[in-house]
Design a protein around this ligand. Structure first.
Ligand SMILES: C[S@@+](CC[C@H](N)C(=O)[O-])C[C@H]1O[C@@H](n2cnc3c(N)ncnc32)[C@H](O)[C@@H]1O
Length: 447
């Protein structure tokens, strides 16, 4: 299998660079998991196998087909291995996550309440096994039994008011308060994290994007603040974004050039524009030209990412002539969002391209249009751009309505001229609440 031939050397290298206290999670679907497990057993040692986690990522309604001869496929698999189980144990490298108790459990067991409303259950204080496990036998509150704890501890519990007889009972119990319990330990079957199809707010348009909750669970359970998270198939950077938010260091690797643009946009929306480095991407005009030649879409995504734009989001609608959009609020963060539309061009251009963008700006009721060009624009193009109306901001400043930025400008740190407020692309906490369609409606409403 070509897939295994690709994975085996990569897993070997990942094992090589993983710290002794580190953990690997390999996410795959059930078609691959039983092939990958023996490979991982060989690379990591079967004694370091920790879990096969079943993640229910969808419901049967997405996979049920009339006439099918198999059960609907609703889960993915995460194989978890320690680099060294003993080192992970010594470093306490796993923090068990807990989920709230379900209502049925609460109604069955937490049936008692203090006068102040604090809910509790009663737990058995007698020892299991009738003394066969070495528990002590003595008299406590007039009852002689084998008890779970020694007399001193029982008396302490009593003093704290944590021992109680059931109204009809003859044996004392221990009060266990609900608000002191961590919840139910999450096991190796995860049914509480929804797949991407339900997560509109997080959607970036990357086809294999994973939910942040999935990465958050893994990262919080297996790392501490300041640890390093490496995702060698990072796609649109869910692991990168979550690791950043959880204050872990991170490295993301992906073979697809477009991933970097998406990740840059994603980090920008988190307020992170610096403090990381992107490697093996064009650093000069010549390298950018080579990328534009070899992978035009990758080139477009890469340069838009520098401007904090998620390029994939634009692919979804019929946004003719637009490769990217940014939104900003002029003045207070309320009311009408303003819009900058971007067009990226790799080839030889003329004033016609500037006029086309002017048409798009009008059609979209945007405030500013930016043409991003690989080559230096001609004097005629600059002249054409200068004929466009300026955008007047709330504080009466003027900004050119049509702007041209070269790739070199962008690499040198030049950005569109616009009012000095944070720009937003999708999804953004503020804009995501409404979504692209609703923002467009809002724009029309204000037009
Ligand atoms: C399943 S996706 C990962 C999705 C990611 N978890 C996210 O939330 O976006 C797998 C990724 O692996 C990348 N990929 C495939 N082959 C690769 C290789 N040999 N080296 C690095 N990345 C590769 C693909 O481009 C794709 O983005």
């Amino acid at each position: 299998m070509a897939y295994l031939a690709m994975m085996a050397p990569r897993l070997t290298e990942l094992h090589r660079v993983l710290k002794r206290t580190g953990t690997l999670y390999l996410h795959c679907d059930p078609n691959a998991s039983h092939y990958l497990k023996p490979v991982l057993d060989a690379v990591f040692g079967h004694e370091n196998f920790a879990n096969e986690i079943i993640w229910r990522r969808t419901t049967t309604k997405n996979d049920y087909k009339q006439g099918a001869v198999n059960w609907p496929r609703v889960h993915d698999v995460l194989l978890m291995y320690h680099r060294s189980t003993s080192a992970a144990r010594a470093a306490k490298r796993f923090q068990q996550p807990f989920a709230p108790y379900d209502e049925h459990y609460l109604e069955t067991f937490y049936t008692f309440k203090d006068p102040d409303g604090r809910r509790y259950r009663l737990s058995d204080l007698t020892a299991p096994g009738q003394g066969s496990r070495g528990h002590p036998k003595y008299d406590f509150l007039g009852v002689t039994r084998y008890w779970r704890y020694n007399k001193e501890k029982m008396e302490q519990l009593h003093k704290k008011g944590l021992v109680e007889f059931r109204p009809t009972g003859k044996v004392p119990f221990r009060k266990v308060y609900l608000d002191e319990m961590p919840g139910v330990a999450i096991g190796d079957v995860w049914t509480d994290i929804r797949g991407m199809n339900n997560l509109g707010k997080e959607m970036l348009g990357y086809p294999t994007q994973k939910p942040e909750a999935l990465l958050e669970r893994i990262i919080t359970a297996s790392t501490k603040k300041g640890d390093m998270v490496l995702d060698p198939f990072c796609g649109c950077g869910t692991a990168v974004s979550v690791a950043q938010r959880l204050e872990r260091d991170w490295i993301g690797i992906d073979i697809a050039k477009l991933a970097i643009g998406v990740i840059r946009g994603r980090l920008h929306n988190q307020g992170v524009d610096a403090g990381y480095e992107a490697k093996w991407l064009p650093a000069t005009e010549d390298e950018a030209a080579a990328l534009a030649d070899e992978d035009p879409f990758g080139f477009q995504c890469w340069i838009l990412g520098h401007l904090g734009i998620n390029p994939l989001y634009q692919k979804r609608g019929a946004d003719r002539g637009i490769d990217g959009r940014l939104f900003f609020f002029d003045g207070p963060d309320t009311g009408r969002p303003r819009q900058i539309v971007f067009s990226v061009k790799g080839g030889i251009l003329s004033p016609v391209n500037v006029r086309e963008l002017a048409g798009v700006v009008r059609r979209e009721q945007a405030q500013i249009g930016v043409l991003v060009t690989l080559h230096e624009p001609t004097a005629a193009m600059r002249k054409e751009a200068a004929t466009a109306d300026h955008y007047r901001s709330h504080d009466d400043s003027l900004y050119p309505g049509l702007q041209i930025l070269t790739v070199k400008d962008v690499l040198d740190g030049k950005r569109p001229q616009q009012p000095n407020s944070r720009t937003m692309t999708f999804p953004d906490p503020k804009m995501a609440k409404v979504g692209l369609a609703a923002v467009q409606q809002q724009l029309l409403k204000f037009a």
